[in-house]
Design a protein around this ligand. Structure first.
Ligand SMILES: [Zn+2]
Length: 65
């Protein structure tokens, strides 16, 4: 298992802007809220790090939760 951080691209569910998200692969399951740097709306992020090192990110708007 590697312990370096990885980054992945996410699209903002509100304005569609793509941005880089830094993932710490030490935590296999992460859920947090990050404000979009363009439209400042809260993006609910659900991050899953698979054993293969593959990162899966689900970005939802507040209304979808
Ligand atoms: Zn946005």
């Amino acid at each position: 298992m590697q312990f370096s951080t990885t980054s992945s691209r996410v699209d903002c569910p509100y304005c569609g802007e793509a941005f880089e998200l830094i993932i710490d692969p030490v935590e296999p399951e992460q859920a947090y809220v990050e404000d979009c740097f363009v439209c400042c709306q809260p993006i609910h992020l659900q991050v899953t790090v698979h054993e293969s090192g593959e990162v899966e990110i689900i970005a939802r708007s507040e209304n979808d939760c």
